[in-house]
Design a protein around this ligand. Structure first.
Ligand code: DQA
Length: 147
């Protein structure tokens, strides 16, 4: 379990590749998973990669990540609305790196607030699929510093 990283994706990210490509790029969710798998392999880590369109399921996925090295979380729109997801992160004491493909701060004002950020270890946004890789690198190399 401590050698496993969970990458959890929220609503509409299953549509990556065709969803607003000018905002989110052309990479599909399968491309994101492949990039995450390659990053984990480089660090000798196992990967659990999941996507859901349902808020409660994301809460369950977070609970199931207990005991892992950490979580890369793109909660998508739930980032901006979900107290339940923030509570789950606090409840399980996970190292979470919040990731967004787009630069949410360069977009609509409602995307500037995140319920996840105050309970996350770090935040990466605006770097596309690279953000996922960088988050995995951080979880892999930060060791005890990430607490
Ligand atoms: C997103 C940004 C969110 O504001 C949006 O609701 C998403 C995707 C991103 O990866 O840029 O669905 O999390």
């Amino acid at each position: 379990m401590p050698d496993t990283v969970h990458v959890l994706n929220g609503p509409n990210l299953n549509l990556l590749g065709t969803r607003e490509p000018e905002v989110y790029g052309r990479a599909t969710i399968a491309d994101v998973e492949a990039a995450c798998r390659a990053a984990c392999e480089r660090h000798g880590l196992d990967l659990v990669f999941r996507q859901t369109n349902h808020e409660g399921e994301l809460v369950t996925f977070l609970q199931e990540a207990r005991g892992s090295r950490g979580v890369v979380l793109n909660a998508a729109a739930y980032t901006h609305t979900s107290v339940a997801i923030a509570d789950a992160i606090k409840a399980v004491g996970l190292n979470v790196v919040e990731v967004h493909l787009s630069n949410v701060f360069a977009r609509e004002a409602f995307r500037h607030h995140s319920y996840v950020s105050p309970v996350a270890r770090g935040v990466i946004c605006g770097l596309g699929v690279d953000g996922y890789r960088l988050a995995i690198d951080a979880l892999a190399t930060a060791g005890d510093r990430v607490s």
